[in-house]
Design a protein around this ligand. Sequence first.
Ligand code: ATP
Ligand code: MG
Length: 416
Amino acid sequence: MKSTQLFTKTRKQIPADETAKNAQLLIKAGYIHKEMAGVYAFLPLGLRVVEKIKGIIREEMNALGGQEMLMTSLQRRELWERTDRWDDEKVDVWFKSTLKNGTDVGFGWSHEEAITDMMRNFVSSYRDLPANVYQFQTKMRNETRAKSGIMRTREFVMKDLYSYSRTEDEHQKFYDSVTKAYLKIFDRIGLGADTYLTFASGGAFTQFSHEFQTVTEAGEDTIYVHKAKKLAINKEVLTPEVMKQLGVKRDELEEVRAAEVGNIFSFGAKKCEELDLYFLDEKGEKKGVVLGSYGIGVTRLMGVIVEHFADEKGIVWPENIAPFTVYLARLGEDSKVVAAADKLYKELSTAGIEVLYDDRDERAGAKFADADLLGIPYRVVISEKTLQADGCELKHRTKTETENISPEKLIKKLVD
Ligand code: ATP
Ligand code: MG
């Protein structure tokens, strides 16, 4: 991608009401557009990051045997009434509307009900189970507060996985494998060291649900981390009994702010029974299907990453999810410089390295400031000066020192 072809530009001005660091930086750099409070659009650069995050999650969901699909946003009132979750007193984030014929519909804030009802068409025998399905879907939630930039929005991308198992035992095994897959995902995204498996309330069936909480001052939750055991307890369930149960002592726990990037639940067979999803087991007995529900906040995760890694110059993307690996800055319009930069751009692209080629007629300072603000991992400069040395100059986003390097060595280094 060439900068001159990218319609977005870095901006100096940001909306006055934007108080969150993640959104301020993402707007300045041209990753997102603020439509209104709590509602953001993803521009080409932002979409690349979202897709990178989704790609990592998708690989791990497929490895678990998950099958991807896409449910609808419009949902039936009657389904949610059956599980007693239609009433605004029960669920306070509903967006609702009415069709022209008077039928009430809700905008999906979660999909247990719709997917379970859909599964009735396919599940009737033990042979049809287990089944694990997932989607990346835009959830709508009428959140009261929306002050954390893209970390809490009224419209956001969630990955939601649902597991349908025959027995509690089968369910528990899958649940444990999802826990492992989640930790791997956060590792691959670069947040592994600071993301904790957290014991939390909200298990509709079990004592706990499990949250995945990333330590950050920008988070809205308070958790108590046990660094040695690499686990945490959400403030809402921190009691002497729970600490005893988990084998931890209060003075070993550290209170920190954190953001919930994922949450997994066991529902037992209750929800499937409410929604009339049963199967016949080997003996021909009718049984309720055991449901598990597993969410990751994809766009919240992107905000958490910005908050977590950004420095005074701007965003810092971990390499695995950066929109581009290289920011190629061409300095000056000298024909030799232009030819060398064009050539390197082509060669890097051919080698499968994603490059944002700053081919604008701008001064060095402006290009370097943009490279830093955008947070691309490697900055490569080609100028008359670098052509007199090894050919180009390489700098990592988080380091200050630069390295003179030949184009051949650079490509080799980035490919390995
Ligand atoms: P929270 O307690 O932060 O409101 P939740 O417990 O209601 O979140 P879940 O229903 O567990 O959220 O949704 C799964 C994941 O979706 C969460 O772990 C979080 O990462 C993400 N998420 C939830 N609400 C929002 C939101 N308003 N904006 C962005 N992401 C969200
Ligand atoms: Mg949650």
